[in-house]
Design a protein around this ligand. Structure first.
Ligand code: SAH
Ligand code: SF4
Ligand code: F3S
Length: 437
């Protein structure tokens, strides 16, 4: 029985895909091990979103070859988003010694690719992108005893934001049927999962026949045993009124909306092909807050997109100040091969300016997050406790509010997966402290 060590980089979709890969290969009698030195095959499920993610994988391959020694028969396989993007480069770079490559739509072919590479000594790859593959017939091999289960409901992206590599690495949008998703959620509930997070590169543009994302969320919420439903990552263009009304009315759907802003200046937004102006974005924020008053909002922002001036960056600060997000994930622009931005606009903003901007943005958001956290003091909130063994500090229990804020509780007669009512007694910029009531 061959032993595999699988390491995952990038987003939750990649984590989910690794669970699919485990399931596919376990059926073929491969064994997964946690010690990479015991493995016959090391597979890296890679991410290509930014240069940093990309370089990390190169470094890791060299590091494995070095650690195992030049005569080691260990095989190295590359999966995920770098596979599609860099097939050529990976095979041509002889120093890397990659044995096989499988793109995100080719995981069912992994047993064959591994066989070709090991028994026939070939370099084998399949990075074909599919218009249909949703893996709806593969039940992921998840870690047992979890509280939250991820479930991919759609794959791919048709938006082509000019900075982003995802439409090229993962191909076009396609969705699973609602029945198929609900069946999987029922199974998860029976296994004891309390929360499901619906996943997709563009999750709220889910579409299957005439069924939209609101329909899917509503159906999933009817599954008994599932207490909370989340979703990620969405695009601001797909929040129709009936979906916001459903979120407001359905107690199982968490009142948390991720609303990636990317930039606060209209010229930059247009160059990014985001499809909205900052005025439209802010009026969507207003509408969401009117319909769902206690909603938590999070966002993603890129600084230093080509040609962004200081004044234009200040527009981002202004929108951030107005929107009052609970949390923001901030990134320095990173040019990605094959994207429209990489072809049309040179990456001309210096690293120093990008650093200055991201620090300014970070400081602005940190204060907003802190004020938001302070405003929770004195409130009674329901917290879903995370699995205890994952907690870093063994004297405390971490949990999440409906709005996804982290709450730290003292140890008590409760366990991971319990819903506990807590009174918030203190706050830091990163977390809340609570006592059970
Ligand atoms: N589908 C998701 C995006 C996933 S990537 C969405 O539309 O929200 C997560 C975030 O990474 C993006 O929102 C963006 O802020 C950032 N990102 C993507 N490409 C990038 C690039 N080339 N440089 C810097 N940040 C990037
Ligand atoms: Fe990338 Fe834009 Fe698609 Fe998100 S919506 S994955 S940022 S192209
Ligand atoms: Fe990275 Fe691919 Fe996810 S590029 S962020 S692993 S979709």
């Amino acid at each position: 029985m061959k032993k595999i060590f699988l390491e995952t980089y990038g987003c939750q979709m990649n984590e989910y895909d690794s669970e699919l890969v485990r399931s596919i290969l376990k059926k073929e009698n491969y064994e997964f091990v946690t010690d990479e030195f015991k493995a016959d095959i090391v597979m890296l499920n890679t991410c290509a979103i930014r240069e940093h993610a990309h370089r990390k994988v190169y470094g890791r391959v060299h590091n494995i070859r070095h650690a195992r020694g030049k005569d080691s028969p260990v095989m190295i396989g590359i999966l995920g988003c770098m596979a599609t993007n860099l097939r050529q480069e990976l095979f041509e770079d002889k120093s890397l010694k990659i044995d096989f490559i499988a793109g995100p739509d080719s995981y069912k072919r992994l047993p064959h690719l591994i066989h070709e590479a090991s028994d026939e000594g070939q370099k084998s790859y399949d990075v074909t992108l599919s218009e249909f593959e949703t893996y709806s017939d593969v039940y992921p091999s998840r870690t047992e005893g979890g509280v939250n289960a991820w479930i991919a409901v759609m794959r791919g992206c048709n938006n082509f934001c000019t900075f982003c590599v995802v439409p090229y690495t993962r191909g076009r949008e396609r969705s699973r049927s609602p029945e198929n998703v609900v069946d999987e959620v029922r199974r998860l509930a029976a296994e004891g999962f309390k929360q499901v997070t619906l996943l997709g590169q563009n999750v709220n543009s889910y579409h299957y026949d005439n069924y939209d994302f609101a329909y899917l969320m509503d159906e999933v919420s009817k599954v008994e045993g599932i207490e909370r439903i989340r979703f990620t990552s969405p695009h601001p263009k797909d929040y129709p009124d009936h979906f916001l009304d459903l979120m407001a009315a359905n107690p199982k759907i968490c009142k948390h909306i991720h609303l990636p802003l990317q930039a606060g200046n209209n010229r930059i937004l247009d160059m990014m092909n985001r499809g909205y102006t900052h005025e439209e974005f802010l009026s969507l924020v207003d509408k969401i807050r009117t319909k769902i008053p206690d909603v938590a909002l999070s966002t993603d922002i890129i600084v230093g997109f080509p040609t962004e001036t200081n004044d234009e960056f200040e527009d981002t600060i202004r929108v951030v100040t107005k929107a009052q997000f609970d949390i923001a994930f901030t990134f320095k622009y990173s040019e990605r091969q094959g994207t429209v931005a990489s072809k049309k606009y040179p990456d001309e903003i210096s690293e120093a300016i990008k650093t200055e901007r991201i620090m300014h943005l970070h400081a602005t958001q940190k204060e907003i997050t802190y004020q938001k956290n302070l405003a929770h003091i004195g409130k009674t909130l329901t917290v879903l406790l995370e699995p205890y063994p994952e907690a870093k500090n063994k004297d405390q229990m971490p949990g999440r509010t409906d709005g996804n804020a982290l709450v730290i509780l003292p140890l008590g007669p409760y366990k991971g997966g319990d819903m506990v009512k807590v009174r918030i007694i203190a706050a830091t910029p990163h977390a809340l402290k609570g006592l059970p009531v």
